[in-house]
Design a binder for this molecule. Structure first.
Ligand SMILES: Cc1cc2nc3c(=O)[nH]c(=O)nc-3n(C[C@H](O)[C@H](O)[C@H](O)COP(=O)(O)O)c2cc1C
Length: 199
């Protein structure tokens, strides 16, 4: 499928038909998510994959009873990771393991420390959240590319979702992304005209 077709055919699915997506396909999708861009390549996201029907049922009221949560095959819970000390340490290890020269490593790590060192916890979380949305974008378009449907969902209570899933601190669930096969029909794509979004 051409990228334009993927973009035009993807839509916020409201109900799935309950069919299970093969795990290999979900893995393929998660690989697309993994390669999303991020500032200084810090990849400040973590994803919980929920398949257990009991957990989905428990999560539904925390998401305003939206049907996608229980009818989807896999529910991807995108969490922002504001722990920059941990992320920088992991990035440093990744660069070392890939024989990135010392000088380059120090430059990247120094920049990351300088950027994040000046941030409040709220700023860190906002920065991580913005980037987690980029990873989510890969999931949404990636799902369509793999013949799947999806829905970006911000309508949920992150505190309750954290409790139900036992998401460890300091991760914060910022978006839900149910994946599966649609049982509804897309609405017409309504968007502002191109001239209206150019400034
Ligand atoms: C940040 C964000 C939060 C959203 N939350 C929900 C949601 O909780 N439930 C839902 O059904 N759709 C949700 N949507 C989907 C939008 O309503 C949808 O993308 C928009 O109306 C455009 O429709 P389309 O995606 O089908 O083209 C959300 C989208 C975004 C980007």
């Amino acid at each position: 499928m051409k990228f334009r077709e993927i973009v035009m055919q993807r839509y916020a699915t409201k109900r799935f038909d309950g069919r299970v997506v093969p795990d290999e396909k979900v893995r393929e999708l998660l690989e697309l998510v993994r390669f999303a861009p991020s500032a200084i390549n810090l990849q400040p996201w973590r994803i919980r994959v929920v398949t257990d029907p009991a957990q989905k049922a428990a999560l539904k009221p925390a998401a305003f009873d939206q049907e996608q949560v229980t009818t989807c095959s896999h529910l991807l819970v995108f969490c922002a990771d504001p722990d920059y000390e941990g992320l920088i340490a992991r990035l440093e290890a990744l660069l070392s393991a890939n024989q990135v020269p010392e000088e380059m490593r120090q430059m990247v790590v120094g920049m990351a420390r300088q950027f994040t060192g000046e941030m409040s916890l709220d700023q860190r979380l906002a920065w991580s959240t913005a980037q987690t949305y980029l990873a989510l974008g890969n999931a949404l378009n990636g799902a369509k590319a793999l013949g799947l449907d999806s829905c970006p969902m911000g309508g949920f209570n992150p505190v309750t979702v954290t409790e139900i899933l036992g998401i460890p601190r300091p991760l914060v669930p910022v978006m839900l992304c149910p994946i599966g096969y649609a049982a509804d029909q897309p609405m017409p794509k309504l968007r502002f005209e191109l001239d209206e979004i150019l400034v």
